[in-house]
Design a protein around this ligand. Structure first.
Ligand code: P6P
Length: 333
């Protein structure tokens, strides 16, 4: 297959669909370049003094790994000077990050989880970067947190990089989902999968089953039916995967189907699940829907949720659309 670079793909998309203005193309290329740098740091491991804890806590109350902070810095520094952004928001930062006055302010806003799956860093299991792009509200002056609180349907682009056996970048700008593999020798992103599509049905589910005693009834019913296998109501056997890196679990689902779940549970009603809406659930929901899958919070489309807080959490059910529809229907009863 003739090699198509990320740049060529974006230029072709611009020409064919006119959906990627030059500023958005520049933003995507800058983020992709930052992910290359993150991949390089992640790949050093113990050889680069980048492992272990940074002895600090983030706004989520989680101990930050050195690579969480390194990855966050890489994304901030890469995106500050380009003139395409008005502001950024990150899982690792309590408040939004304004573009320094010395640089021009652009019309896009970038949100990211710079390194998702941190618990896997020190044990060499795949991790990733998740990003979401919104347009700055018309007539916005100095950006505030409120300007970021737009529902997921307002995203103009979303993507993730997965740092695994290969480093890959998965991207949507609203015209399907494409995957690029990093050619480390050339340092370039090469298109390796066009128009990724999630099968509507699956025999594979992903959930952290150690929380089973805390699940609410609809989730318990759904999982029990999967576990009952061919002699149960589903009349089929199912397989389970849980990598504890959302990016890696979602990437598997994009490639071979499946359903990923991080539900709310009875432990703390004030904490609806673990995953964050703005820079984990929304970008992944955009990608999954663009690949023919579905993404709900158990009641409605994740992308239709009106955000109230930058770091708010949301229950997540995403992947093969028939399975997402079934588990969502159990929440209606
Ligand atoms: P648990 C990683 O910390 C993360 O945010 C997601 O990437 C992943 O799906 C989930 O949390 C894993 O959570 O409770 O299984 O460790």
């Amino acid at each position: 297959m003739k090699r198509v670079s990320l740049t060529q793909y974006l230029v072709e998309e611009q020409r064919q669909h006119n959906t990627i203005p030059a500023e958005l193309r520049l933003l995507i290329e800058v983020v992709a370049r930052a992910c290359k740098t993150i991949s390089h740091s992640v790949g050093k491991g113990a050889l680069g003094d980048v492992l272990g804890s940074a002895q600090s806590e983030n706004v989520q109350g989680e101990i930050q790994k050195k690579l969480d902070i390194i990855s966050n810095e890489i994304l901030l520094e890469a995106n500050e000077w380009g003139g395409h952004l008005a502001a950024m928001a990150s899982e690792e930062m309590e408040t939004i990050h304004l573009i320094p006055n010395r640089y021009p302010q652009g019309e896009y806003m970038l949100l990211f989880d710079p390194l998702d799956g941190s618990s896997n860093i020190d044990v060499n299991v795949s991790i990733g970067t998740i990003f979401s792009v919104l347009k700055a509200p018309e007539g916005m002056g100095k950006p505030t947190e409120q300007d970021f609180l737009q529902p997921g349907v307002k995203q103009v682009a979303a993507g993730y990089a997965v740092y695994g056996p290969q480093t890959q970048l998965v991207l949507t700008t609203g015209n399907g989902v494409n995957c690029f593999t990093l050619d480390r020798e050339m340092g370039s992103w090469v298109l390796t999968q066009r128009n990724m599509t999630i099968p509507a049905t699956t025999r594979e589910f992903a959930i952290n089953a150690s929380n089973a005693r805390h699940w609410h009834a609809p989730v318990k019913r759904y999982i029990d039916e999967l576990l009952a296998g061919s002699t149960g109501p589903r009349a089929a056997d199912f397989n389970m995967r849980w990598i504890a890196s959302m990016v890696a679990d979602v990437h598997r689902i994009l490639n071979r189907g499946g359903i990923f779940m991080y539900p709310a549970d009875a432990r703390d009603p004030s904490v609806p699940g673990k995953l964050r809406l703005m820079y984990e659930a929304n970008p992944m929901a955009f990608i999954v829907e663009q690949a023919g899958g579905a993404a709900t919070n158990g009641v409605k489309r994740i992308m239709e949720i009106q955000p109230e807080k930058l770091h708010q959490r949301v229950p997540v059910f995403l992947g093969s659309r028939d399975e997402v529809a079934l588990v969502t229907s159990y929440h209606q009863k």
